[in-house]
Every structure is written in C-alpha cells, then in structure tokens.
Design a protein around this ligand. Structure first.
Ligand SMILES: NC(=O)c1ccc[n+]([C@@H]2O[C@H](COP(=O)([O-])OP(=O)(O)OC[C@H]3O[C@@H](n4cnc5c(N)ncnc54)[C@H](OP(=O)(O)O)[C@@H]3O)[C@@H](O)[C@H]2O)c1
Length: 260
C-alpha cells in the first residue's frame, strides 16, 4: 500500500533508539523527511547517520530533552525553518521509573508528569502552528492505560493522562485537519525492555532468560515485537493513508493484552 509519505516532514521525539528510532526508520524508508531528537547529541548523531545510510532519506537531528520547554520549541522551530510546514509528529520520551505508587515522592510524581504528560502537551502545542496543511500526531503510551502493570504506577497514571489528551485533541484539532492517535506497545524489544527484565530478574531471583520466557508465554504470537513491527504501525497512522482515523488507540502487542 502507498502510504503517501514521500516528501512529508515528520518530527520524531526520543528518536535515537528503540520505538522512536523504529518509527523514524519506517517514515524515512517511505520517503518522509525526518527530524529526530533525544537528549544525547552522540546518540542523535549516530542515529541520523544510521537512518541516512539505511534509507537514503533526508534526516536531521537535534539534542533536545523533552522535559525542557525551550528545547522543544527550538527543535520544532528549527525543523520548520529548514523544511517549512510540518506534516507529522511522533510524541515519545523515556519512561518514568518503576516502584510502588505510594513510595514515590512528590518530586518523582512531578518529574513523571513533566516527562510523560507535560512534554506531550508542549510538543503538540509547539508543532500545531506549523501544521498549516493539516497533519497527523501520534503518541506512544503503554498497555498500562488499559491494564495496570505491577510497580509501574507513575507510568499508568501519566500515560492514562496522555490517552485523555489524545481524545481531547482529536476533537479540538479536527477542524484544522489534524488527526491525533495513540499507539500502545506491548513488549517490543528495546533497551528499555531489557532494563525492565533485568530489574524483574534481580527482584525475583530468577535469571533474565526465565523472566523473558515468562513474558513471551503471555504473548499469543509467541515472540517479543521488533521496532520494525512497531515502526510500520506508527508510519501508517502518521501517514495520509490513515486519513479517516483520529482519536484511536492501536495495540501493537502480538495479542498480549487481555482486555476486549
Ligand atoms: N519497548 C516497549 O515494549 C515499551 C512498552 C511500553 C511503553 N514503552 C515506552 O515507550 C517509550 C520508548 O521506549 P523504548 O523502549 O523505545 O525506550 P529506549 O529503548 O530506552 O529508548 C528511549 C529513547 O528515548 C530517548 N529519551 C529518553 N528520555 C528522553 C528525554 N527526556 N528527552 C528526549 N529523548 C529522551 C533516548 O535517547 P537519549 O538517551 O539520547 O535521550 C532514546 O532514544 C518509553 O516511554 C517506554 O517506557 C515501551
């Protein structure tokens, strides 16, 4: 299927690794011009080189911590200055720390709010004025917005807020022909998932292999997802091919989630 991304301008935050990188690669492979950001300039530079080498697309990158309002504005404006109107935005960031909800301090709650929810508001607010031809916005949340995950209370609460933001903005931005959707990754193989498996192994006294095998046993398709599985779904929702889809949440989880 033709996605219609050729020449489109896409912003991908937290795009130097993992899920963000997977979406950036799928967009670039389909001919979009892609501007990524993440905190570490070495990570950004390496990812830009890799994306250009693998896809031949126009790709640029900026070091930007999405908890910083001015850094977000700089990244978005810089991209618009270079390429003009923006067509697509992937809203992504690192995940908040794990632990029991009531063990988290006020400072940890505030940091999770800024990392997950406020950063989403800020990225969308900075980008919408540049979506002068309409556009598509996609957030990444977690299965925790449907089925809370043990010891990930900060993620569950803040990501549920992002899901509410998506439905709210799908209404508020429809008049500007801007679609807003959400992707739920189940367990996609990235550094973050490797760290979570390591932490679970340390807590339970099991090996990482045992922890991994237990999580795979809960996935009907019998494997973890790849960043390419995830990227394909992301590129579709960000593309003109998804023109009549807004306010939707799509699971990319190999059937893992049990809720109907
Ligand atoms: N993988 C999964 O199956 C899964 C499932 C559910 C939810 N999620 C969530 O999806 C998001 C991405 O996960 P992932 O697995 O791709 O993680 P990852 O492999 O750890 O990659 C995280 C990426 O985010 C960047 N980043 C982190 N904090 C940032 C910040 N404050 N500002 C800008 N960039 C930042 C990192 O680069 P720098 O270090 O250079 O900043 C890196 O490029 C996370 O929020 C994660 O919790 C993932």
């Amino acid at each position: 299927m033709e996605l219609g991304l050729k020449g489109k301008v896409a912003l991908v935050s937290a795009g130097s690794k993992g899920l963000g990188f997977g979406v950036a690669r799928a967009l670039a492979a389909d001919g979009a011009r892609v501007s990524i950001c993440s905190r570490g300039s070495a990570n950004v530079d390496a990812a830009v080189q890799k994306l250009i080498a693998e896809t031949g697309a126009e790709v640029i990158g900026t070091a930007c911590d999405v908890t910083q309002a001015e850094a977000i504005q700089g990244w978005v404006d810089q991209t618009a200055t270079r390429w003009g109107a923006i067509d697509a935005l992937l809203v992504n960031a690192g995940g908040p720390p794990g632990g029991l909800a009531l063990d988290m301090t006020d400072a940890q709650w505030q940091a999770a709010f800024e990392l997950t929810l406020l950063s989403s508001v800020r990225m969308i607010r900075a980008t919408v004025p540049h979506m002068t031809n309409g556009g598509s916005i996609l957030t990444i949340t977690s299965s925790s917005i449907r089925e809370p995950i043990e010891r990930l209370g900060l993620s569950t609460v803040m990501r549920s807020g992002v899901a509410g933001l998506v439905k709210t903005l799908a209404d508020e931005l429809a008049g500007k022909s801007i679609r807003v959707n959400n992707l739920i990754p189940g367990r996609i193989e990235t550094e973050r998932v490797a760290q979570l498996d390591q932490a679970a192994a340390t807590r339970s006294g099991k090996s990482v292999e045992e922890v991994r095998a237990q999580s795979i046993a809960k996935i009907p398709l019998g494997r973890l997802g790849t960043i390419d599985d995830f990227g394909a779904a992301g590129a579709f929702l960000l593309s003109p091919a998804a023109a009549y889809i807004t306010g939707a949440t799509l699971r990319v989880d190999g059937g893992m989630m049990r809720s109907i």
